[in-house]
Design a binder for this molecule. Structure first.
Ligand code: MIC
Ligand code: SF4
Length: 666
């Protein structure tokens, strides 16, 4: 797309109305104003430590919310201390605090806060969930969110807009989850990089707001910047039933708006689908896997834990029993959902079927309990099935709709729900139950609030300024599609260390090579070499921060995932791409590399050589950094750069952050 057409698509409308800097032409860097932010506890502690370091007293956003939903197991003081820190820091700086038990950030934000046409930046990769209500919702590293809370714009390469036209209507038992699985089958886990998916077409009308949110949520697995639906009558009904009708406004692309790319999905022909181990794009028809024995079933996560999802689960389970060989867990996505299914008796149907009920939180999705038994087949309504993420290395995790999950739980085998007869009908309530007593508003008198820090909260490590010459070994060489779960694993043992970088760094690359931390420390300054889509998955900046702490200075890959590349830059690690992908083969783990004249080569966006001192050969790489990003790398990371900019603000003015000149991004 060479320039913005007069008839705007929905993405262009929201971006142009929030534009602070840049030209909204695909590939150019734009800075956009952020209306709302969200954080969750596993990324939030770092984000608020960074926000405190920036030194802005009160947030500059319209709304900022801090959720606690990930680190919910309190097996020691660590998580409880972090929750206490998060609550006090929120009270002090104008941030709403969603208490543990109030629900998963994305589900609660959709219910209580998302507003069509606004922008939301969240320190979690599934922030796009709120795109289901027509909010432009983007996942980012905690530091980017901290900067946005301080009033700074969010910078990104202007994405291409991919129109997904939904034709026809879903067949009984086939769901929104099957739509996004089909998109993943067609586009793969890297097919959305540099793109926003805008959903249009007749099929949109038949999808409820929460069904749309399932699709935008799991759009994160495409590597997309975000996904968005128009705001229409269904959006209005949902918001009205949430008591938020006044926040609704209609929003859609102009008739005849143009798009960079198009994809058409015929809902009439869509079967029930399932993603096989170990990637969300390894999708096939459920019917093809019929009969495989199942040991665990989990319904929940930010993808599929809405009121409608759980009512469907309850109706399917009513009067029946879970197969004796299956352990089934059910997690309501929010206190609202939990309360409503308790009040209408659906919870009793779930309990009496033999399912295990988990509090409203991420839970098994992030390996916080419920690790499957050795080699087990686990069918989950979640969004990620990366190897080892469940907590059991050899478990085989599949992803499917809640309907397929229940069908498997009842039969003990992979079962296509379309074989189960008439599908139950779920009514969307006219009025949801809410009292928001799980959300604590910020303090009226912030000066009186003392921020409470426990011994688990260690100071934030800061990178060294860029050296003139970078020399060091390739401590690790990895293959394509390495996830942030490989780089910085989560799970119940590691997650409590999210605010303690020295301790958590001992787990870096543990799934691939547990000797990495020791070897990296011995090497001093080091490199990692990787393949395509390096760093896909979560927004966790610990996947940059902890390797930085171990001396990682540059990563050379065939291609990067968006959020991880931004996180590397934020912490002063050079993200380099091979000019010729085939040169990947010329490097062996252990080779010593050298980049001379580093400060000079950073300042121009041209290919430059990296000398392989072991083989004597040189390879060509490119950094693709904008001039703003070059400054960040030279300053040793975004925090240093932000502080520099903030102190440049004229006296008496709030310390918001200045946008730099516009730039082209690779
Ligand atoms: C995930 O689903 O991987 C997480 C855990 O929610 C992450 C955030 C984190 O690692 O804290 C994400 O999606 O960004
Ligand atoms: Fe939580 Fe899982 Fe959603 Fe991440 S994907 S926010 S861990 S429920």
């Amino acid at each position: 797309m060479s320039a913005i057409a007069k008839r705007l698509n929905l993405v262009q409308k929201i971006i142009t109305s929030h534009l602070v800097t840049g030209n909204p032409v695909a590939g150019e860097e734009v800075g956009i104003r952020i209306d709302q932010t969200l954080t969750q506890d596993a990324t939030g502690t770092m984000a608020y430590l960074q926000f405190e370091a920036i030194g802005v007293p009160q947030v500059h956003t319209k709304l900022s919310v801090s959720y606690v939903d990930h680190n919910m197991l309190q097996t020691g003081f660590e998580n409880a201390d972090d929750h206490r820190y998060l609550q006090s820091v929120a009270a002090k700086h104008g941030i709403y605090f969603s208490r543990p038990g109030n629900g998963i950030c994305h589900q609660v934000h959709l219910e209580r806060f998302a507003i069509p046409g606004q922008t939301l930046l969240g320190s979690d990769s599934h922030t796009p969930t709120c795109g289901g209500l027509g909010e432009l919702s983007i996942g980012a590293g905690g530091l980017d969110v901290a900067v946005a809370m301080g009033g700074g714009p969010f910078y990104m390469s202007m994405p291409k807009v991919l129109r997904v036209e939904l034709k026809g209507k879903l067949q009984p038992w086939v769901t929104a989850k099957d739509i996004i699985l089909e998109v993943l089958r067609k586009l793969t886990v890297k097919g959305g990089v540099g793109k926003i998916l805008e959903y249009t077409g007749q099929g949109v009308k038949s999808l409820s707001a929460t069904a749309r949110a399932t699709i935008t949520n799991m759009g994160a697995e495409l590597g997309a910047t975000t996904s968005i639906f128009p705001s229409d009558e269904n959006t209005r009904e949902y918001m009205k039933a949430q008591g938020r009708g006044k926040d609704w406004m209609p929003l859609a692309a102009d008739p005849g708006a143009t798009y960079d790319e198009e994809l058409v999905i015929d809902l009439n022909k869509l079967p029930a689908l399932i993603a096989q181990p170990h990637s969300p794009d390894n999708v096939t028809e459920v019917s093809k896997l019929k009969g495989i024995e199942v040991q665990q079933v989990c319904v929940g996560s930010c993808t599929n834990s809405s009121y409608s999802d759980l009512m469907m689960v309850a109706k399917m389970l009513k009067g029946k029993h879970i197969h004796p060989n299956v352990s089934m867990t059910v997690t309501p996505g929010s206190k609202q959902v939990f309360e409503m299914i308790a009040q209408n008796g659906a919870l009793a149907d779930i309990i009496s079927s033999g399912a295990r009920i988990i509090e409203s939180a991420c839970g098994p999705c992030i390996g916080m309990g419920q690790a499957p038994s050795s080699g087990a087949v686990s069918i989950r309504s979640f969004n990620r099935n990366f190897e080892g993420r469940s907590g059991t290395r050899d478990a085989k995790v599949y992803l499917a709709s809640p309907e397929t999950c229940v069908a498997c739980a009842l039969t003990g085998k992979i079962t296509d729900p379309t074989t189960l007869g008439k599908a139950p009908k779920i009514e969307i309530p006219d009025k949801f139950v809410w009292d928001d007593n799980g959300i604590i508003p910020p303090a009226k008198d912030p000066k009186k609030v003392e921020v409470l820090r426990g011994p688990n909260i260690k100071p934030l490590p800061i990178n060294d300024p860029l050296a003139e010459t970078l020399e060091g070994p390739v401590v690790l060489k990895v293959i394509d599609n390495i996830t942030t779960d490989h780089i910085m694993p989560a799970g119940s043992k590691v997650l409590p260390l999210r605010s303690n970088i020295p301790a958590i760094s001992e787990f870096v690359f543990n799934i691939i090579d547990p000797t990495y931390p020791k070897r990296a420390k011995e090497a001093g300054r080091s490199f990692v070499v990787g393949g395509e889509n390096y760093g896909q998955g979560s927004s966790r900046e610990h996947a940059a921060l902890a390797p930085m702490y171990l001396g990682l200075k540059a990563v050379i890959v065939k291609s990067f995932a968006r959020i991880h590349r931004a996180n590397l830059i934020n912490f002063g690690i050079l993200p380099l791409t091979f000019v010729q992908a085939a040169e990947y083969d010329s490097i062996t783990q252990g080779d010593k590399l050298e980049i001379p004249d580093l400060k000079q080569v950073i300042k121009v966006d041209h290919p430059f050589p990296v000398k392989n001192l072991t083989t004597g050969k040189s390879i060509q790489v490119v950094h693709g950094l904008t001039s703003r990003q070059q400054e960040i790398i030279l300053a040793g990371g975004l925090l240093n750069w932000t502080k520099q900019k903030a102190t440049e603000a004229p006296a008496g003015k709030p310390k918001t952050l200045k946008p730099p000149k516009k730039e082209k991004v690779k």
